[in-house]
Design a binder for this molecule. Structure first.
Ligand code: NAD
Ligand code: DAU
Length: 380
């Protein structure tokens, strides 16, 4: 079949990437979606079981740092667009092993950019109708303070938002024009990659868009991250390692809402622009943890409070950012996107998904998921 567009999605076997691949493969049968993923520990093709046989989906196992392979793929498949999610994504790992983060997140992004640039420049239409969409994080902006108007205690509500439950733990938000102040090796590597992407726009006129999103939660997240790790630990009555006092604030967005935002921005975003993505949904870690305990216990029929004593305060993460809070007004106003789910609905859906998909969790925690690729592709 002749497709209207061929799009590489990097990191499509990871958490957010798998939701983006699923959305695009199902919604756009006239697009050829090529998932390019190295399948690191975080890549799991089982996340894409439901779309792997669709005619408009292909998988290519490749390292984004391998320029020659990526460039040849772009030429062979005549790629029109790139949605770049592949990255090392876990802050704790970046503290132990910063080199891997610089390699993948900085050099890998540069390799993707250079391959796209050289391929598109070789075409008669050059950059016309092409787009390099880079997915980044709110962590590049650094950490916000917890400051309230005089005489007011946090949390307080500052603005009308799509969430009835909007709480704010400070007066300042991350806006698109804020100076970058990354603190962890992870956020420093993402900040660097964002700068490279913008430099390709400013220097070569490459059509790029960058988005910075807040913390995602939902199905298929690797259980090293707070929400899936804690759901699994509560289920198995294992300790819940809360860093510091659990006072840090994160702004949570349901992963399918992020994927929807990516769809909107890929099709309607203005070239050269940056859009922040978030749900105006700030939570202190300790409060989220209480919600998780209550929800898991209720669904499993355990008495209320049965697992409260699993909470274990441990040494804080080095350089732990205090508060993240995204202002996504620009995206909501200019492109009409807004989150579809209230946090309470999203958390209920998420907890139920992990409890209903214990086999997925067991295969990930045992390492068996890594055999899926070999088994599947050796049979073809
Ligand atoms: P993830 O760790 O779940 O998945 C990353 C994917 O990238 C994996 O499939 C992995 O195999 C692949 N990958 C890693 N190194 C690669 C390489 N060298 N070549 C090819 N593939 C490689 O990550 P995620 O949480 O889904 O995050 C995806 C993107 O979104 C990242 O760029 C991250 O910075 C960004 N982001 C994440 C969040 C969040 O809350 N998780 C929020 C904002 C932005
Ligand atoms: O803000 C967006 C970022 O969100 C993404 O760019 C990152 O890829 C993603 O990993 C996430 O980073 P965080 O560091 O905020 O997520 P994490 O799930 O690791 O931690 C959430 C909060 O919970 C953070 O304040 C640290 C704390 N935490 C985490 C773990 C894993 C704990 O207290 N205990 C834990 O065991």
């Amino acid at each position: 079949m002749a497709y209207n567009s061929t799009i590489i999605i990097t990191g499509g076997a990871g958490f957010i990437g798998s939701h983006v691949v699923r959305l695009f493969v199902n919604k756009y049968p006239d697009y050829h979606i090529i998932n390019v993923d190295k399948l690191t520990y975080a890549g799991n093709l089982e996340n894409l079981k439901d779309v792997e046989d669709k005619p408009n989906y292909s998988f290519v196992k490749a390292d984004i740092c391998d320029f020659d392979t990526i460039f040849a793929l772009m030429q062979r498949e005549h790629v029109d667009g790139v949605i770049h999610l592949a990255a090392e994504s876990h802050v704790d790992r970046s503290i132990k092993d910063p080199f891997t983060f610089a390699r993948t997140n900085v050099m890998g992004t540069l390799s993707m950019l250079q391959a796209a640039k050289l391929f598109w420049e070789s075409l008669p239409e050059k950059f016309d109708g092409k787009l390099f969409y880079h997915i980044s994080t709110d962590e590049v902006y650094g950490a916000l303070k917890m400051t309230c108007p005089e005489g007011v205690e946090p949390p307080f509500s500052t603005r009308a938002s799509s969430s009835e439950h909007h709480l704010a733990y400070g007066e300042q938000f991350f806006t698109e024009d804020l100076k970058y102040q990354p603190h962890s090796p992870y956020s420093a590597s993402k900040a660097s990659s964002d700068h490279f992407v913008r430099s390709f726009h400013d220097t070569y006129g490459m059509p790029v868009v960058v988005t910075n999103c807040s913390n995602n939660y939902g199905p298929y997240q690797f259980p090293e991250k707070l929400i899936p790790l804690f759901i699994n630990n509560i289920r198995h009555r294992k300790p819940l390692p809360v860093y510091g006092k659990g006072e840090n604030v994160r702004d949570w967005l349901f992963v399918e809402d992020h994927a929807r935002a990516i769809d909107v921005i890929f099709h309607k975003g203005v070239i050269g622009e940056t859009y922040n993505i978030g749900g105006f949904n700030e939570w202190k870690n300790i409060d989220i943890i209480k919600v998780l305990i209550r929800t898991v216990d209720r669904i499993l029929g355990r008495p209320e409070g049965a697992d409260d004593d699993l909470v274990t305060f441990v040494t804080d993460r080095a350089g732990h950012d205090l508060r993240y809070a995204i202002d996504s007004t620009k995206l909501q106003r200019e492109l009409g996107w807004e989150p579809s789910l209230q946090f309470e609905q999203g958390i209920e859906k998420t907890v139920r998904w992990y409890l209903d998909n214990q086999e997925w969790m067991d295969r990930v925690t045992s390492g068996d998921y890594q055999k899926y690729y070999e088994d599947m592709y050796s049979n073809r």
